[in-house]
Write a protein that binds this ligand. Structure first.
Ligand code: FAD
Length: 400
């Protein structure tokens, strides 16, 4: 059985980054155990293959979970330091007009290749097809059982991700390993995910993308997000929906509203439509398509029970303004963990020290998405994965 100083479970974003740090001083005494046939499968899919690895508009408000722990990690690994480190590995970056940071190549694969080059060049071992199925405590460390054999290490890093995107190797099964060491796991739910909804009056819009505002009121709280909204046959997705999903209560069905023309106030739209109805002799359909997508206009007419070619009246114009600004969307659930980008929930941060070491198992460290921290859409989750991995890497180097 091979003996290591550090074994990293999971060759995802955080696992690979911590390998680059530890490799410098410990080289081949470090190995990554990855269940897939190669590391970094999910990283390759991030940012639609472009790898949105951070955001210039960094703020703690963009994160959900224990704010003290999140602040403590980012104080020690602020964005500029994180980017400087990535740059030192050959990952040069630029930001788009929304502050989203990408590799200059606009290819997530260059991030993966530079991370791999950094740790492989120091002799860190990459062991693939090695799903860890048990972690047993021993006097001087931990015995890890995998399909590729058994391995022993003094220190173990859990970088196994959450439950989202099971096609990338993250199905939540690794939480059982942490439970076996005494950890708990909070309720898990998919986040940054499409929403399923009653599409009766949003038919035939599959693939149509609009700038819209989607909102939801529960109790006294109104939450809303504005941006891209994309239709499918079974619901809605896009930037605005992903961001909203991170903040929704997980109770369905849920009544949401869509504002299809957020750039115009309700009053202005009503007055514009009324003036047009009075002065331009438009039919009902013509009045609507002067402001919104034709297929959506046809759906609205069906909803109101109005024929396409009847003359548009002032009261019709008022109803249209109301529906365009406050379209009711009955959300029946999320599209699920399989397609979600992130998992909300995880191992409670109170179960790790400030250095992200387990409070129940000495020499065991936790980083990345498996902790009960999730970020908004726009690069915040990879930034958390890298920053928390850096804290773990530094802690182990200090300890050893
Ligand atoms: C389609 C998609 C697009 C995304 N786009 C972005 C984006 O543009 N920007 C952004 O910030 N975030 C994005 N995210 C989220 C981001 O990818 C994750 O938050 C981040 O990768 C988490 O890093 P991690 O190291 O914690 O886990 P992961 O990167 O998920 O890696 C965990 C690894 O552990 C392995 N593993 C799990 N269990 C075991 C086991 N028992 N034994 C061995 N190996 C195991 C898995 O196979 C996996 O390789 C996206 C996610 C998805 C699914």
């Amino acid at each position: 059985m091979k003996n290591y100083r550090v074994l990293i479970i999971g060759g995802g974003a955080s696992g690979m980054l911590v390998a680059t740090l530890l490799g410098k001083s410990m080289g081949s005494a470090v190995a990554i155990l990855e269940r897939n046939d190669r590391v970094g499968k999910k990283l390759l899919a991030t940012g639609n293959g472009q790898g949105n690895i951070g955001n210039e508009a960094f703020s703690l408000d963009r994160y959900h979970g224990d704010k003290d722990m999140i602040a403590s990690v980012f104080e020690r690994v602020p964005q500029d330091k994180n980017l400087a480190y990535l740059q030192s590995l050959g990952i040069l970056t630029s930001a788009d007009e929304r502050g989203r940071i990408y590799p200059l190549s606009r290819q997530a694969s260059s991030v993966l290749e530079m991370l791999r080059k950094a740790y492989l060049s120091h002799g860190v071992e990459e062991i693939v097809n090695a799903e860890v199925s048990a972690v047993k405590r021993h006097k001087d460390g931990y015995l890890l059982r995998t399909k590729a054999g058994e391995f022993f290490a003094q220190n173990v890093i859990f970088a196994t991700g959450g439950k989202s995107g099971n096609g990338f190797g993250t199905d939540g099964s690794a939480f059982e390993l942490l439970r076996s060491l005494g950890h708990s796991v909070t309720a898990l739910s998919p986040s940054l995910v499409a929403l399923k909804a009653d599409m009766t009056y949003l038919k035939n819009l599959k693939g149509v993308r609009m700038e819209a505002e989607i909102s939801c009121t529960y109790g006294k709280k109104r939450i809303f997000e504005r941006g891209d909204l994309l239709f499918s046959d079974s619901g809605v997705s896009g930037d605005s929906v992903f961001r909203l999903s991170a903040r929704l209560p997980q109770k369905f069905p849920l009544e949401c509203k869509i504002d299809f023309l957020p750039a115009i106030s309700h009053e202005s739209l009503a007055s514009l439509l009324m003036t047009k109805a009075k002065t331009e002799r438009f039919t009902a359909l013509e009045l609507l398509i002067s402001v919104i997508h034709k297929q959506f206009a046809k759906n609205l007419l069906r909803m109101m029970g109005v024929a396409e070619n009847v003359p548009a009246t002032a009261s019709f114009a008022t109803k249209c303004a109301e529906l365009i600004k406050n379209f009711p969307l009955n959300v029946t659930g999320t599209a699920g963990f399989g397609v979600a980008q992130v998992t909300k929930g995880g191992v409670p941060t109170k179960e790790v020290t400030e250095n992200l070491e387990s409070r129940f198992a000495s020499g065991v460290y936790l980083c990345g998405e498996l902790l009960d921290v999730d970020g908004d859409c726009g690069g915040y989750n990879l930034q958390w994965a890298f920053a928390s991995a850096t804290v773990v890497g530094r802690s182990i180097m200090q300890r050893i």
